[in-house]
Design a protein around this ligand. Structure first.
Ligand SMILES: Cc1ncc(COP(=O)(O)O)c(C=O)c1O
Length: 388
């Protein structure tokens, strides 16, 4: 028989993050691997979802999103950033930020073009670029701060560059890009006439006074930025698969076509429920950050006590921890050892790097969007590392 695996599919592997959740289940390990909460979603939106189903919102929604949700996103964006979007032309509701990113790239990037991606990267970006026939062009975020070298970034831009992907607050590093970082990126985008695609899924999970500055609020960037976002992390509903894309009317028209033929639309009743979440008061978002700060502080201290060298995250809900203090030099072997022998599942850092990157094997990633009791159970198991 012929080889039926496509050239594109042959270029990437199955997601390691999702695989580690299966490894956790197999070894009954505490799962600090995949980034999903193990606590209930807010009761208000669970009730709203049940109501929406009982009120017969069960057929296809408008392909680019129910009016109630688009209006909710517009109102919240105005409250948060003082920017007035048009719900008819600037928004596309889609199936999570996952679809948001691939639909945005497919709508704007051509085969043979390059997409700049910071490394370590959320693992979907590489395959997303490949699925568009584009070449990812990587620029390092360098530990311990996970900052980038400006000269290296500038050198990654050329006449083939079509887009740059920016994820801040960042998964896996916790880096929150500063205004000065973003101004530098914006200048490069304008100089080379390049599009910025921002993944802002952790916009409300910030610590130590860090501020999320959307790139599209910088001068001259609204027209050349596509902002991808989602309810997954902000409202603790990763399984609902509701995301949204904000862009100029021209870009939105192209994105909506791709989205329509990829998925037709996101879940209709859950969109109705999400519309209610967008009306939550400001205190909800403050409490969300406070809730995660308590967990970050606890896990950071506990991992440090056990002997890990950790990078303090300024946002999102992950900690990158160096494995070298334990005498290991292979993150995958160490992560499997932790899951099977110690009983804690993490994600090997190399899943956020290309093979061969000098930092690829140095880290494992812990996720702390969990009940305190889950984190305490993990920390108790990790004590065994001290005796090794
Ligand atoms: C940076 C980043 N983008 C996108 C996603 C996926 O988002 P969604 O659940 O909305 O598809 C994740 C999930 O962990 C993420 O960390």
């Amino acid at each position: 028989m012929r080889e039926f695996v496509s050239h594109k599919a042959a270029q990437f592997k199955e997601s390691v993050i999702r695989e580690m959740s299966r490894v956790a289940a197999k070894h009954k390990a505490v799962n600090l691997a995949q980034g999903f909460p193990d606590f209930p979603a807010p009761p208000e939106i669970k009730d709203a979802a049940c109501r929406a189903i009982m009120n017969n919102h069960n057929q296809y929604a408008i392909t680019w999103g129910t009016k109630s949700l688009r209006d909710g996103i517009v109102a919240k964006t105005f409250r948060d950033y003082g920017v007035q979007l048009d719900p008819e032309t600037n928004l596309t509701v889609c199936c999570g930020a996952t679809e948001g990113m691939i639909a945005s790239l497919m709508a704007t990037v051509n085969p043979g073009e390059e997409v700049v991606v910071f490394e370590p990267f959320y693992e979907n970006y590489g395959p997303d670029a490949i699925l568009c026939g584009a070449t990812p062009r990587f620029v390092s975020l360098n530990p311990p701060e996970f900052s980038f070298d400006r000269a290296e970034l500038a050198a990654a831009f050329n006449e083939k560059t079509r887009a740059i992907i920016i994820n801040s607050p960042n998964n896996p590093t916790g880096r929150v890009f500063s205004r000065s970082d973003l101004e530098f990126i914006a200048e490069l985008c304008k100089k080379y006439d390049v599009l910025a695609i921002t993944d802002e899924i952790y916009e409300h999970i910030l610590y130590d006074g860090a501020e999320h500055i959307p790139l599209w609020t910088l001068p001259g960037m609204a027209e050349r930025t596509i902002a991808v976002n989602s309810v997954s992390k902000t409202y603790s509903v990763t399984g609902w698969r509701i995301g949204f894309i904000m862009a100029s009317a021209e870009l939105t028209a192209s994105i909506r076509k791709v989205h329509d033929f990829l998925t037709v639309g996101a879940s209709a009743p859950l969109q109705e429920a999400c519309a209610e979440a967008f009306a939550f008061p400001d205190s909800y978002y403050q409490e969300l950050s406070d809730f995660y700060r308590e967990r970050r502080d606890y896990l950071l201290q506990a991992l440090t006590d056990v002997g890990f060298r950790c990078v303090r995250p300024g946002g999102a809900y992950y900690i990158m921890a160096e494995i070298e203090p334990f005498g290991w030099d292979d993150d995958v072997a160490f992560a499997f050892y932790l899951a099977s022998e110690i009983g804690v599942a993490t994600v090997p850092g190399s899943s956020f790097y290309r093979p061969g990157h000098p930092d690829a094997k140095k880290f494992i990633r812990f996720c702390f969007c969990k009940e305190m009791s889950t984190l305490q159970a993990a920390v108790e198991k990790l004590q065994r590392l001290k005796q090794k």
